[in-house]
Design a protein around this ligand. Structure first.
Ligand SMILES: C[S@@+](CC[C@H](N)C(=O)[O-])C[C@H]1O[C@@H](n2cnc3c(N)ncnc32)[C@H](O)[C@@H]1O
Length: 198
């Protein structure tokens, strides 16, 4: 498959960022995350994989987290640099599955529109990678797209699919319908908090 037609290749996303075809872009920090961070004790290490324009970096930073964001599309990283100004050094250009984040594990991994951007065959690798990068008790928080359709991106989760993928290694600590979805996800997104088991 030509890389510009393959969502597992950076070029697929690069052309969309360059041409401004970014219907997933929320243009700011989603309400649910702002609310979560306002109630969190703060501090610790946070990771934002497949960060796109990475607006959420500033929210984590202001809430006291040491935050790193990563995206493998140079145009996405450039968009993040524009959005973040002085915080742009927190954004890495690299592949979430390959990048060396060092020895210290994360307290939080924030998910938004990254899992559903990946072809379905990557789901087990995503879950294993998130598990490996989080400390025991660490949290996978964010938005998960549920849709029975075959095509994508966005590639929707089936009912119970994420639970089946995570249940051996995570506990679902919160689960509610998302209230701040952009139109491409509206009515099909859930805000969830998964806690890593030991
Ligand atoms: C649909 S966009 C979502 C961007 C952002 N999370 C948001 O909410 O606006 C998916 C992003 O994931 C990035 N991406 C896809 N696969 C990746 C990988 N293996 N490593 C790093 N970034 C990846 C793409 O470049 C793209 O910026």
């Amino acid at each position: 498959m030509a890389t510009e037609n393959d969502p597992s290749a950076p070029e697929f996303w690069d052309v969309r960022f360059r041409e401004g075809r970014v219907p997933w872009d929320a243009g700011g920090v989603p309400h649910e995350l702002a609310e979560y961070l306002a109630g969190a004790s703060g501090g610790g290490r946070a990771l934002i994989p497949g960060c796109g324009a990475a607006y959420e970096v500033a929210a984590f930073h202001e809430a006291g987290y040491e935050v790193i964001a990563i995206d493998f599309s140079p145009a996405a990283v450039a968009a993040a640099a524009r959005a973040l100004g002085p915080l742009q050094g927190t954004v890495r250009l690299g592949d979430f599955f390959q990048y060396d984040f060092g020895m210290v594990r994360f307290d939080i991994i924030y998910e938004r529109a990254f899992l559903c951007s990946l072809p379905r065959r990557f789901r087990p690798d995503y879950c294993a990678r998130v598990f490996d990068l989080l400390r025991p008790g660490g949290l996978l928080i964010g938005f998960f797209f549920y849709d029975p359709g075959e095509s994508g991106p966005p590639f929707g989760l089936g009912q119970g699919e994420l639970h089946d993928l995570l249940k051996e290694r995570f506990l679902l600590a919160a689960d509610e319908e998302a209230r701040s979805s952009v139109s491409v996800f509206a009515g099909r997104e859930r805000w969830q908090v998964w806690r890593r088991l030991d």
